[in-house]
Design a protein around this ligand. Structure first.
Ligand SMILES: [Zn+2]
Ligand SMILES: [Zn+2]
Length: 677
């Protein structure tokens, strides 16, 4: 028998007989309780049962690792399909992938409801306890097809995906099997900790013209504790859902009659947006940005020059045509498709809702002759843009059709790129820190070294990429560089925020651009007297006000810091007698631009507190006999903690300080050991 050398993660090289399995190697190296589900063999994911036929490296894949969780989820999808087909003999499994937080499987079957999930989950747990071994079997084309004859969906996959004459693999557990490339868990007892959560419908291959299927979603974790914590996070995510909180706290409204994906900012939500814009603007001014305003539409010709039309017209609202021209074309009997073609070819012009602010800012740059002394020129605008998202993708404030970017364009010399990118990053850091968003990471998007699609000189790219890297480095947070993620016109930096329950939100970007200055033939006079091309930097680090506020609602779970809270104080009287004092307190607060609301109605104090806490004011200011007599206030915090008899003047002073310091949470009520919630 021939021997092979197996390299282990610590560098040890062991000699084994050819044909040893991954499981045997890992058990030999780590003992029986190794906790691995699968293994990397020379870097490729393989099943534990894989027999090793030549010298290689073997690294175990733990069930807690990213790859391990993926295998667990995918294996649980198989188990779900087995359980469903055993309980519903006519059901046909179609596809069942692992997804970001769990897994799903789509079945052709009669509709079921969430009440049915319990029995399916029980069946899965029963099967997991039986602990069947999961076997990988290679089949030739003919055998493969005979295994799936009864299932037209699997046959469609086989016919579409496999080359003629090619076989594939199935994974078999007990009598049940599924078409799959693997790898999988070695046995079913690994899948004890599953929870099915919901059922919905889906179309075969996402195509509305094809059959409607039943989709079942679930979660799986390696341990009971991990499953409990996942389920708890999901509950918490539901509570924080900005669509729900946005409604409860009256922050925004979406009205079908206005249009899908178009946000109506209500008075309370507008306060949050305005406060944020003021805060961002303050820092932009300090960094030498100039505020500009530009209209919501622009001519098609402008977007032909910029390249946004007709190439991206699928993701834009259709263009508008001038009235007189429209009438003339109609009189000539021009059809809709002819009109579209005339626009596309540039034979007629029209207007478009702007998909980007950049071309407008470019025109402000080129409105004057520029010299090196004008650079960097930093133009900032909270600019509203419109994009045609597919209706299925629209969601709350985070996927919309009209949004206001915290946009700015910097026109810089080659030499200024590094410093300006760094400036953009510093601004982001200040704002994230103030909002307590300390858990974030950045991705630096670089060229694909094997592609030549990029505009601009390679040496210039090297410098710009270095500038992005060192800016990312300067943040002192986790950052990664990703080759091939740069746009064809320049490298970029993306921001991804992780919230308290571990979810990641992609916010905005800082993007270097060699392309638009070229397309618009921008120039400046250098100190050598020659004309040069500037470089543009696009930056909208928070993405859009809609998305950012949506994320902030979830981040704070609706409990905003005082400076962002729509109504900061709800003043509540204990009885009729304190009406006048309440009005006086309210007037004093309003004079200081503190946002207040007075409830001097007849309800009991208990009822008033219950009503007002739903709106999450920073403070409830409770006024009764003692307060009126001594000119004091009693405060109640969101968690129910209270403090009484604060002198009114002191309270106003402290509150103003809290607001102007933008404290991350209300801090005028000391927290007490026992609170209500
Ligand atoms: Zn599989
Ligand atoms: Zn731009």
């Amino acid at each position: 028998m021939s021997m092979i050398n197996v390299t282990l993660p610590d560098g040890t090289i062991n000699e084994y007989a050819e044909g040893i399995t991954c499981a045997e190697v890992i058990t030999d190296a780590l003992g029986r309780k190794h906790g691995c589900l699968a293994a990397f063999v020379d870097g490729v994911e393989k099943d534990m049962s894989t027999k090793l036929s030549s010298s290689c490296s073997v690294v175990g894949i733990l069930s807690t690792s990213e790859e391990g969780i993926h295998i667990l989820r995918h294996s649980a999808a198989h188990l779900l399909a087995q359980a469903v087909t055993e309980l519903y003999p006519g059901a046909l499994p179609t596809i069942g992938p692992a997804i970001e937080r769990g897994f799903y499987y789509d079945f052709k079957m009669d509709p079921i409801t969430e009440a049915d999930l319990k029995a399916i989950q029980k069946k899965m747990q029963f099967l997991a306890k039986q602990n069947a071994v999961v076997e990988r079997i290679e089949l030739n084309e003919e055998d493969l097809k005979s295994h799936f004859e009864h299932n037209p969906y699997k046959m469609e996959i086989i016919n579409d995906k496999l080359e003629d004459g090619a076989g594939s693999t199935i994974y078999k557990q007990g009598e049940w099997y599924d078409l799959c490339l693997g790898p999988h868990v070695p046995n079913l007892s690994r899948l004890m900790f599953v929870k099915l959560t919901s059922v919905s419908s889906a179309y075969w291959r996402g195509d509305q013209e094809r059959e409607q299927l039943v989709r079942i979603y679930g979660f799986v974790e390696p341990t009971k504790e991990a499953l409990q914590s996942t389920l708890k996070n999901i509950e918490e995510a539901k509570k924080r859902d900005h669509r729900k909180l946005g409604k409860d706290l009256q922050l925004f409204h979406i009205d079908e009659e206005v249009g899908q994906g178009l946000i109506l900012w209500t008075p309370r939500g507008s306060i949050i947006r305005q406060e944020l814009q003021d805060f961002i603007s303050f820092h932009l001014r300090r960094q030498g940005y100039s505020q500009v305003f530009t209209p919501h539409v622009g001519k098609l010709d402008l977007y032909r020059t910029s390249g946004h039309f007709p190439y991206y017209q699928e993701s834009q609202y259709p263009p508008l045509v001038e009235k007189d021209l429209m009438k003339k074309l109609a009189d000539e009997g021009c059809s809709c498709s002819e009109l579209a073609n005339l626009m596309k070819s540039g034979d007629i012009d029209g207007y478009m809702l702007k998909p980007m602010n950049c071309p407008h800012h470019v025109k402000i740059y080129s409105s004057q002759a520029r010299s090196y002394r004008d650079l960097p020129l930093r133009l900032a605008e909270f600019g509203t843009v419109y994009r045609w998202e597919q209706s299925g993708e629209i969601s709350g404030m985070t996927r919309v059709r009209g949004f206001t970017q915290d946009d700015a364009h910097l026109f810089v010399t080659e030499e200024q790129i590094a410093e300006e990118v760094l400036g953009c990053i510093e601004l982001v850091q200040i704002i994230f820190n103030k909002l307590g968003m300390t858990d974030y990471r950045v991705r630096v998007g670089l060229r694909d070294p094997d592609s030549d699609k990029y505009v601009g000189q390679p040496e210039a790219w090297d410098k710009a990429e270095d500038a992005c890297r060192s800016a990312a480095q300067s943040l002192g947070v986790e950052w990664t560089e990703e080759e091939g993620e740069a746009a064809f016109y320049g490298p970029k930096i993306d921001f991804v925020v992780r919230d308290v329950i571990g979810r990641e939100w992609q916010l905005g970007t800082v993007q270097v651009d060699y392309n638009l200055p070229e397309r618009f033939d921008l120039s400046y006079k250098g100190n050598d007297g020659e004309m040069h091309r500037p470089v543009m930097i696009h930056r909208a680090p928070f993405g859009s006000m809609e998305r950012f506020v949506g994320v902030l609602i979830e981040h704070f779970a609706g409990k905003f810091p005082t400076w962002l809270t729509p109504t900061q104080c709800h003043i509540i009287t204990i009885s009729e007698k304190h009406k006048q004092y309440a009005q006086e307190v309210a007037d004093l607060l309003k004079e200081k631009e503190i946002r207040v609301l007075v409830d001097d109605g007849d309800d009991t104090i208990g009822k008033k507190i219950r009503t007002h806490r739903k709106m999450q004011p920073a403070y409830m200011v409770i006024l009764g006999e003692g307060e009126a007599e001594n000119r004091t206030v009693s405060l109640r915090a969101r968690n129910g903690d209270q403090v009484s008899d604060l002198p009114l003047d002191q309270f106003i002073e402290d509150l103003m300080a809290e607001i102007s310091n933008k404290e991350s949470q209300p801090c005028l009520v000391p927290s007490q050991p026992q609170s209500e919630d």
